[in-house]
Design a protein around this ligand. Sequence first.
Ligand code: PMP
Length: 408
Amino acid sequence: PATYNVEALRDDFPVLKREVHGKPLVYLDNAATSQTPQQVIDVFSDYYSRYNANIHRGLHTLSDEATAAFEATRHRVKAFLNADDARQIIFTRGTTEAINLVAQSWGRQQLTAGDEVLISMLEHHSNIVPWQLLAAEIGFTIKVIPVDTNGALDLAAYRALLSERTKLVAVNHVSNALGTINPVKEMATLAHQYGALILVDGAQAAPHQTVDVHDIDADFYAFSGHKVYGPTGVGVLYGKKALLEAMPPWQGGGEMIKTVSFDAGSTFADIPHKFEAGTPAIAEVIALGRALEWMDSVGVDAIGAWEAVLLTHATEEVSRIDGLRILGTAPNKAGVLSFVVEGAHSQDIGLLIDQLGVAIRTGHHCAQPLLHHFGVDATCRASFAAYNTLEEVDIFVAALNRVIGMVR
Ligand code: PMP
């Protein structure tokens, strides 16, 4: 896009100026964690220098200021997801904890033996294992939506799997291992026809495209701060209001109660506080708000469009490499390039390319069932963010060629 000024926004990221093994860093592991702009880093020193205090306990200035900044992020996330009400935004440690919250609160209350939960072949372990743990206790069945050879979900198979027994469909919006963008809106419509709910793991979508939970009609939506230019230790669960209100708490402690009595037991706070037991990651939540503000200032869809340019260029260039096979060739893809190279172990490529300053991910990407489906244990994955450049893609491709020459 003509108006996209990648050089200007790179200046916001101090880490991009560093060198690795004497070479300029080319950071292409953004699907694991994106880098953090100075504006977000500054939140931490500002918070701890000026207004570090526990929140929602008012009565003094620092606590009031911390509470206001913390709650301001809730309102920003509400707008970011196009939710109706900020009370539908629950802060968690990340996507993983958000999914575990749904499993342990909604799932434990609603699921029984004989029920079915549909997940997909594309899921990250964090949207598989919480359901397996609960299924082992309760005895419901987990069914898996298959993928086609391009790594796109097989929607005919999805339709065939849906039935009156389906209580929940839990799928990612974008696959971290392949980059496939799933048609979650269409999937939600179908799930709802059977009275099932849909939980969307948005960890890889929120960084790259405008998310509208209203339009998708998602019942639950989760994402992580550290993949949207924010800090680790914070994430979000969005839920429909009536669902959240009916769900039992999953962790008990301070902040989440109305009253506590040894004789009469405890009563619980309203949403969202019912699900936020204990002191949260206050600075991190405030910093997440700043990260989303940064994304909005660039434009979320402009970021996605730029990453598509990078992906197209990278795909074209690596396709010339003899014996290189791309996994994930669905027409709808976000900025992830996953590949294996004949005669070269992914691990070796990852280690050697790091020596040339290029950071990519190698391994199973927490999606072992998917990789096994494609007959591999590991892939190399380059994943793009707002600040990557076409020159960096060229450096990566040249480095990859060099490394392959070394190991073959
Ligand atoms: N789902 C997907 C699709 C992911 O890519 C990730 C992170 N790799 C997660 C869930 C888990 O996120 P977190 O580790 O931040 O909880």
